[in-house]
Design a protein around this ligand. Structure first.
Ligand code: NAD
Length: 312
């Protein structure tokens, strides 16, 4: 099968490409390298260096590669940037996405698998609760609003234009190759800072000094295997959460990271950040029924730390 991975030079996209090559798919990447890097791509994978906002270039890339399926990972992926610049977010995540879907129609792509956000789309998830796929989304940032908008556009293209699709809503993803220079990706940011002996900051859930927001952290290989399975003929989920269902405060995360580094860590404490939900934890019954156990947070952090340390 021929698979085009948008955002393939990025963190998650590059893991999906590796997993797709392992099962024998023929793969290419489409990426504007705004946060992605060429060196994230396995050798021999063709890169279409294209911006999703460039409608004719997107069409030309799809027309050139003629994929059977598209894994759509490219995005403006930062909640805080979306709050500062809603226009930039919508241009990439909505208009750029429409450019992609129109090109998929034009060249008879069979299916699109879309990287949505379980971490942001449901809004606040009350204490003791887990956000299931059936919960009505209450997005509170432009990023989450635009992801939800694109999910709904996929439904329109499916019903009116026969383009099959499915949505994977990721929790907070971490693992090797995550970019620590952005504003998302707390595990990458903390490991890089700690290795460089810089101070790390726990942003507040409500008031500076509290243990921070509650999140569900999922290791990137679990995300990659869900993406590969979603391309298969026996996949019949329209929407699936990809997380662990384990609720972790930022301070708990820091302690687990310190344990895996074998050192003491004393973080600083900062204010709340605009657009951040206080608590987000996913219901993963659908994921668990299909895939069984997750990579544990402890094991995933060990693998991630080993990778950052190996980068010198
Ligand atoms: P990333 O920044 O590493 O990857 C995004 C890729 O998209 C990059 O390679 C970037 O260069 C590319 N890109 C950005 N704008 C583009 C444009 N206009 N045209 C073409 N390419 C463009 O981020 P990631 O963490 O790998 O995220 C991948 C996907 O998963 C995104 O859609 C993101 O919204 C979604 N997601 C990520 C997380 C997470 O925790 N990392 C959680 C939920 C959803």
């Amino acid at each position: 099968m021929r698979l085009l991975v948008t955002g393939g030079a990025g963190f998650i996209g590059s893991h999906i490409i590796e997993a797709a090559l392992e099962v024998g798919h023929e793969v290419a990447a489409l990426d504007n390298l705004s946060s992605g890097k060429k060196q994230n791509l396995p050798a021999g994978v063709k890169l279409f260096e294209v911006d999703l906002r460039d409608r004719s270039a997107v069409s030309a890339a799809i027309g050139d590669f003629r994929p059977d399926m598209v894994s759509h990972q490219a995005a403006q992926a930062s909640v805080s940037i979306s709050v500062k610049s809603p226009l930039l977010d919508a241009e990439t995540n909505v208009i750029g996405g429409i450019n992609l879907l129109d090109a998929c129609r034009e060249f008879s792509v069979r299916k699109v698998v879309f990287a949505s956000t379980g971490g942001a789309i449901y809004g606040e998830v009350p204490e003791g609760r887990f956000a299931s796929e059936d919960m009505v989304p209450v997005p509170i940032s432009p990023y989450a609003i635009d992801k939800l908008c694109f999910e709904q556009l996929l439904g329109v293209y499916r019903v009116h234009h026969g383009l099959d699709s499915c949505v994977l809503r990721y929790a907070n993803v971490y693992g090797p190759r995550q970019d620590p220079h952005g504003e998302a990706g707390v595990v990458a940011i903390f490991f890089m800072a700690l290795l460089a002996k810089r101070k790390i900051t726990v942003f507040a859930r409500r008031e500076a000094g509290d243990p921070g927001c509650v999140r569900d952290y999922v290791y990137v290989s679990d995300v990659a295997r869900a993406n590969i399975a979603a391309l298969s003929d026996d996949w019949n989920e329209r929407v699936m959460n990809v997380g662990t269902g384990r609720a972790i405060t930022t301070l708990e995360l820091v302690k687990l990271m310190a344990a895996c580094m074998g050192s003491e860590v004393t973080p600083g404490f900062g204010p709340m950040r605009a657009g951040d939900a206080e608590r987000s934890v996913l219901d993963i019954k659908r994921f668990a029924a299909r895939f069984g156990a997750n990579v544990s947070l402890e094991a995933g952090l060990e693998r991630t730390f080993a990778w950052y340390r190996s980068q010198g």
